[in-house]
Ligand binder design. Structure first.
Ligand code: HEC
Ligand code: HEC
Length: 453
């Protein structure tokens, strides 16, 4: 970092010590005025800052025993970009989660085989989320990956075609078997024509649904096994999509160590924005923790994309779906059916309060991710801050309304400061190989473990 070594004030030093165990230096050193602190940090705010950095490794996912297996992640990276998994052979996960576009698509609503009803979220740091998708209808990355593969408007594929691809492509089959062991017996027959279960609310199901109904339980189990294992490989890849190491992290590291050099990582504007974020604007009420999301669901009463009343039930639906799914953490495909995530599923209750609630997004790496919100209804960060400031156009708020949000009435200066702070949450670029498929699905250990830079 540029600038002379800065020495923090006594208050900063004691704060770091009080925050517990992080302080390594000697607070007895000469204490002078900090040259790079543009705002006064209260004791409480300093403690809060220390809780928000660094971004730790993602929590383990015991429901997927291959979650951190480099060979599974390698296969998953191959599959993520593979359009052959889709019904029309033209859509992959990367079609919407475009690696050159921060793993989103720049569109308001997602476009796959058809047009979706929600905006494509970025996948950076996705392994930090406890519930996946805007409505939390998946409780693991592998459970989530199953859904777009068969969703008629996303990839429009089916688990039999996907299994047949693995059977018939020698490289893919080799890669699969080296991670998961031999393909289940009887797969050839089970996968001989398209088959998948009916989807919720599906009118006019295709022939593949009748075919699924006609299969023996053992055949269905074989198809499910391959389907789930491929999803577990894709999940392992997505766990490597990590980006921390933002200017904000260098700033906090500097607070923690007492070495003032990193304080300059945040401009005075960004520091004022930070003080607002953790202070008067209280964004941290929901955007909390090192990934800047509380992992919970809230109803911000946003105006809808096309005007009119909201019709998306959000978490109310999502909670019901994840609880009923055979692919949740408590189900038989989970590698930890008695673990913590399974307990969370068993105790999950669907409440009418959850109608219209959506999961708090992470605010790390917002750059290049516009438009924002679950329908992509806000075009850019200026529009987001305008919304939090005035809450203009909020949808009619019944008893479901989010009690926390009030118009902040931000001055232009304050909006600029908040934007400067949000920019300081953009992490260092990820390793370039994360952004493209490997040439072969087979893992050569010499390729090493995928790690962000
Ligand atoms: C047609 C575009 C499209 C395709 C193809 C697609 N996705 Fe998505 N993805 C979305 C949208 C839209 C959402 C939000 C869904 C919702 O909330 O209902 C989403 C959500 C997600 C999430 C949850 C992110 C979060 O923050 O909770 C993950 C993970 C994900 N997708 C991974 C995948 C994988 C893996 C594939 C391929 C197997 C895939 N997606 C294919 C559009 C797409
Ligand atoms: C009451 C909880 C809550 C508070 C307080 C809050 N947010 Fe949010 N934020 C959310 C939720 C929930 C969403 C997603 C809403 C949706 O799509 O319906 C969101 C979305 C966003 C997004 C869009 C991210 C994306 O990927 O689309 C940004 C940016 C954002 N908030 C910034 C802020 C800032 C800055 C503040 C303080 C001025 C703030 N938020 C205060 C809960 C909150």
């Amino acid at each position: 970092m540029s600038g002379a070594r800065t020495i923090l004030t006594a208050a900063v030093l004691t704060g770091a010590a009080a925050a517990g165990g992080c302080w390594q230096g000697s607070p007895a050193a000469d204490v002078g005025a900090p040259s790079s602190l543009a705002v006064e940090l209260s004791e409480g705010m300093r403690r809060a800052l220390l809780r928000h950095s660094p971004l730790p490794p993602p929590p383990p996912d015991p429901t997927n025993r291959h979650a951190d297996d480099p060979a599974a992640a390698h296969l998953g990276r191959f599959l993520f970009f593979d359009e052959r998994l889709s019904g029309n052979g033209r859509v992959s996960c990367a079609t919407c989660h475009d690696a050159r576009h921060e793993f989103t698509d720049g569109l308001t609503l997602a476009e796959g085989v058809g047009t979706g009803r929600r905006h494509t979220p970025s996948l950076w740091n996705v392994a930090h989320h406890r519930w996946l998708t805007w409505d939390g209808r998946a409780d693991s990355l592998w459970m989530q990956a199953l859904d777009p593969l068969e969703d008629p408007i996303e990839m429009g594929g089916n688990r039999a075609d996907v299994a047949r691809l693995v059977l018939e492509d020698d490289e893919l089959r080799g890669a699969y078997e080296s991670v998961f062991g031999a393909l289940p017996g009887g797969l050839e027959e089970a996968a001989s024509s398209p088959a998948r279960p009916a989807r919720r609310g599906e009118e006019d199901p295709p022939a593949s649904v009748a075919r699924w109904a006609s299969l023996e339980p053992a055949q269905r189990a074989a198809l499910d096994e391959v389907f789930v294992n491929l999803a577990k490989a894709i999940a392992a890849y997505q766990r490597t999509l990590l980006r921390g190491d933002a200017p904000f992290d260098r700033f906090v590291e500097s607070l923690r160590s007492g070495d003032g050099d990193g304080l300059a990582a945040l401009s005075p504007d960004a520091q004022r924005g930070m003080a607002l974020f953790f202070g008067r604007a209280n964004c941290v009420l929901c955007h909390s923790g090192p990934n800047f999301s509380d992992g919970e669901f809230h109803n911000n009463a946003l105006p809808t994309l096309h005007g009119g009343e909201p019709v998306d039930a959000g978490r109310y639906d999502g909670a019901g779906v994840v609880k009923a799914s055979p692919f949740n953490a408590a189900g038989r495909h989970s590698d930890a059916p008695d673990g913590e995530a399974a307990a969370a599923i068993r105790s999950l209750r669907r409440s009418s309060e959850a109608w219209g609630e959506f999961r708090t997004p992470s605010l790390r790496n917002l750059e290049g991710r516009a438009p924002f919100m679950h329908q992509g209804q806000l075009q850019d960060l200026a529009a987001v801050l305008e919304f939090y400031s005035d809450m203009a156009g909020t949808t009619v708020r019944g008893h479901h309304q989010e009690q926390f949000l009030q118009p902040l009435r931000l001055h232009e200066r304050e909006k600029a400061d908040l934007r400067a702070f949000l920019s300081a949450l953009n992490g260092a670029p990820a390793a370039p190989e994360l952004l493209e498929p490997p040439t072969s699905p087979r893992f050569a250990p010499s390729e090493g473990r995928l790690r962000p830079r």
